[in-house]
Design a protein around this ligand. Structure first.
Ligand code: PEP
Ligand code: MG
Length: 325
């Protein structure tokens, strides 16, 4: 089995008609990148940095963060590593920061909203990310973006950090790529505008589904309403991918849908460039990618987009998978 895994890990993620996509791993700790590589990840599509903030009673220092980010950058040997800035707050309890208890934590003070309100904390992370970018192909990604202003403000703080590091003669990648998560429906809708301000998009379907369908992603009573293949979600995904391609930029996906075999052919057909997932899902998704043509997937995606209900699309996706065996 280990042999099979190794063989799969070395195979390219390319369709039968030669269309190449990136299959990346999601990680929560620096040491997870080793396993992602073993599973065949060609990069890291989402490094969730929350753990650094959740582990201790005090905020993680610049040097501690730098050490973790550098480790991943080095382990991935020049392959892309997309690191998401702190997505704290909301439902995540922190000992290192006194956050208010909220009625609607998922609609509240969290993620980029905290970062922009607390540049003192945000800058520590951005400086660490910039310094680590001297050791690999680090990309910075902002979570929970809903407007152009948020991107501009975050980038202004990033520019400040760059200037500080130049003044201190500390190395970093001057051309570091900066992207945003598309996980708020507003961001998906204005993706043709947002694309002007970023290098890439990564669709966070966990939150995008939750917010688009108004279905709490944790509430089991309404779990049946949580449908990634809902026509509304698919249309938003198409909007985002098309918007990025119109400007020669790329779109990835780092929510669970990116590693869901039911969605792979549709997403390939929509033109998704990068699929990021739990490392253990990579071999299965790679298998699917390698067994289909981009052309046939385009037909599949077009057909799915014409359907009226999530139920129909889900049944269709199931039948396609069954056909492939
Ligand atoms: C998402 O929302 O899809 C996502 C990848 O982020 P998280 O699951 O950490 O909220
Ligand atoms: Mg999210």
């Amino acid at each position: 089995e280990l042999q099979l895994l190794k063989e799969s890990a070395n195979l390219p993620a390319v369709t039968t008609d030669g269309h190449h996509v990136e299959l990346f791993g999601n990680i929560g700790k620096a040491k997870d990148s080793k396993n992602a590589l073993t599973m065949g990840a060609a990069g890291i599509g989402l490094y969730r940095t929350e753990f650094l903030y959740m582990e201790n009673d005090t905020l993680p220092t610049e040097d501690v963060q730098f050490g973790e980010y550098k480790k991943v950058a080095e382990q991935m040997k020049g392959q892309p590593v997309i690191i998401r800035t702190m997505d704290i707050g909301g439902d995540k309890e922190l000992k290192c920061l006194d956050l208010p208890h909220e009625m609607n934590p998922f609609l509240g003070y969290r993620a980029i909203r905290i970062s922009l309100n607390r540049p003192d904390i945000f800058k520590v992370q951005l400086r660490a990310l910039l310094r680590a970018s001297a050791f690999g192909d680090i990309h910075i990604m902002y979570p929970m973006i809903a407007s152009v202003e948020e991107v501009k403000k975050a980038n202004a703080i990033l520019d400040e950090c760059k200037q500080e590091l130049r003044n201190e003669s500390k190395d970093f990648n001057e051309n570091i790529k900066v992207g945003i998560m598309i996980e708020v429906p507003a961001a998906a809708v204005i993706s043709p505008i947002l694309v002007k301000y970023v290098d890439f998009f990564s669709i966070g379907t966990n939150d995008l589904c939750q917010y688009t369908l108004a279905v709490d992603r944790m509430n089991e009573n309404i779990g049946y309403l949580y449908q990634p293949l809902h026509p509304a979600v698919l249309r938003l995904i198409k909007t985002v991918i098309d918007a990025s391609h119109a400007q020669g930029k790329f779109t990835g996906m780092c929510g669970e849908m990116g590693g869901d075999p039911m969605a792979t052919m549709i997403l390939l057909g929509l033109g998704l460039d990068e699929f990021s997932m739990t490392a253990s899902s990579i071999p299965l998704i790679k298998n699917i990618v390698r067994s289909v043509s981009k052309a046939e997937c385009e037909g599949i995606a077009a057909k799915a987009l014409e359907m009226d209900t999530a139920e129909e699309i889900t049944a269709y996706a199931k039948s396609l998978l069954a056909e492939k065996g």
